[in-house]
Ligand binder design. Structure first.
Ligand code: FES
Length: 266
């Protein structure tokens, strides 16, 4: 942070933007609609700044005729974009089913012990950011992870030791992330804390919140279906009717079975 209250990165941003502008324009020119260039442009900024800063989001919005909120809405949706500075190596270890069956739990514990940090945390020296993620779609090579988005397969404790040593020595095959600002203890933005708020679909299953798209308590699909089928008939009216009808039907079947009959008598 400088005396003017802005960080060195913020001060350097206008020069970076001018340097990247021609590349951004080329990206925009590839697509029929400007907004289609949003993801590649965000990737470009993340490549140079190590994360997608607020300045980058504003610049992308202005280049693509979008609002900053639209850009932030997209960036916050994808877990591969970071809105806060991260470590030089982002270690994303798969905790999906195939990896778990093959020992991911033990390997994650090993990582946590070796790094001294937990899920969504960055080491104090800013070298490593650690995250436990859902299936990386490489189940045939479980256990696996990504380092700065590059796959590493068939993990073992020995492989982890070698990998961390090479990263610390600066000899690891995958390049470190750009680091234009020192990372904090976590890069997670508070409203993304799915366990606390249940706001996002990914990982939010089981959170009884109507804001939890796709999770328990999410009524959006049923509401939409009801709107299509029933016009003005309210959701609650219809669902309670349906609940009564369904429970009656179940009782009738059970009763019919008890009496040795068949439940479809009427
Ligand atoms: S479960 Fe780990 S890659 Fe699919």
């Amino acid at each position: 942070m400088t005396g003017s209250g802005t960080s060195e990165r913020e001060q350097n941003f206008p020069a970076l933007l001018e340097r990247l502008r021609p590349e951004c324009e080329q990206l925009v020119a590839r697509y029929e609609r400007k907004r289609s260039a949003l993801l590649p442009i965000c990737h470009l900024f993340q490549l140079h700044e190590g994360f997608v800063s607020k300045e980058a989001m504003r610049a992308a919005a202005s280049m693509l005729d979008l609002t900053p909120a639209e850009v932030e809405g997209t960036v916050s949706f994808y877990t591969l974009f970071f809105r806060r500075p991260v470590g030089k190596y982002v270690l994303q270890v798969c905790r999906g089913l195939a990896c778990s069956i093959n020992g991911a739990e033990d390997l994650m514990a090993y990582f946590r012990e070796k790094l001294g940090v937990g899920h969504l945390q960055t080491t104090a020296d800013g070298t490593f950011s650690y995250e436990e993620v859902e299936c990386l779609a490489a189940c045939d090579r479980a256990t696996c992870m990504q380092v700065n988005l590059e796959f590493v397969y068939d993990l073992t404790p020995q492989k982890i030791d070698e990998m961390l040593a090479a990263m610390r020595a600066g000899t690891y095959a995958t390049s470190p992330m750009a680091q234009t600002e020192a990372p904090a203890a976590t890069w997670s933005v508070p409203q993304d804390d799915q366990v606390a708020t249940g706001r996002k679909s990914s990982g939010a299953l089981g959170q009884p919140s109507p804001n939890n798209a796709g999770g328990v308590g999410d009524e959006s699909g049923i509401i939409m279906l009801d709107r299509i089928l029933a016009g003005d008939v309210g959701f609650y009216e219809r669902t309670s009717e349906r609940a009564v009808r369904d429970s009656r039907a179940v009782t009738e079947v059970v009763e019919a079975e008890k009496n040795g009959g068949n439940g479809a008598s009427h």
